[in-house]
Design a protein around this ligand. Structure first.
Ligand code: SIN
Length: 194
């Protein structure tokens, strides 16, 4: 599938008659809220886990030196914590452009911290999109992130802001925190000439 998903997403979900819908954010949507929302609540979704497996050629990297950003991969029993936003359907006109580098909207069941549930949408970049990079050792991912920068800023900023936001949410994400820790040691090594 082409990396540009704008048209795919426009044809994907019929919003007619829908006044508001829940959107689940697990990556930059948690901390970069550049869209209007009616309500926000911490929430989680089941059977998916967060992974820095998606390439970013347009936001946090370039086609020559892509960065790495998060997507979700299926893992039975896993719980991914993030932030849910109740939004008007027209907000997706902006979000589909923002998430255009490989992300498709999927329906999912959100569980709020009080145990209540609602149906919503989540952007996922699946492995059949052109920008998908897949698994690499945590230290290699951290090195790639340390080197990458794009129109939205340094890739390291994406990682560090996400890690801080996850801590603020009380979310346990060993994958993100391990890469963050490698990033810090990469910086220390380069400062000490190592
Ligand atoms: C999300 O935040 O939910 C999608 C991935 C991203 O934009 O970082």
């Amino acid at each position: 599938m082409s990396a540009n998903t704008i048209e795919h997403n426009r044809n994907r979900y019929n919003f007619s008659g829908v006044e508001s819908i829940w959107l689940f954010g697990y990556g930059s949507l948690i901390y970069k809220v550049d869209f209007p929302f009616l309500e926000q609540r911490p929430a989680s979704i089941r059977d998916w886990e967060r992974r820095f497996w998606q390439g970013s050629h347009d936001h946090r990297g370039t086609p020559e030196a892509p960065g790495r950003v998060v997507t979700l991969v299926e893992k039975p029993g896993a719980v991914c914590k993030g932030m849910a936003f109740r939004v008007s359907p027209n907000v997706f006109e902006h979000l589909d452009v923002r998430e255009k580098n490989g992300y498709l909207r999927f329906s999912t069941t959100l569980t709020f911290d009080d145990g209540r549930q609602a149906e919503g949408l989540v952007y996922i970049a699946t492995e059949d999109n052109e920008a998908f990079l897949g698994h690499a050792p945590d230290a290699d991912i951290a090195r790639q992130i340390a080197m990458a920068s794009g129109p939205s800023g340094p890739n390291a900023e994406y990682l560090l802001r996400l890690a801080d936001s996850l801590r603020a949410l009380g979310a346990d994400c060993p994958h993100t925190f391990a890469i963050e820790s490698h990033l810090h040691s990469t910086g220390e090594n380069s400062r000490s000439g190592g």
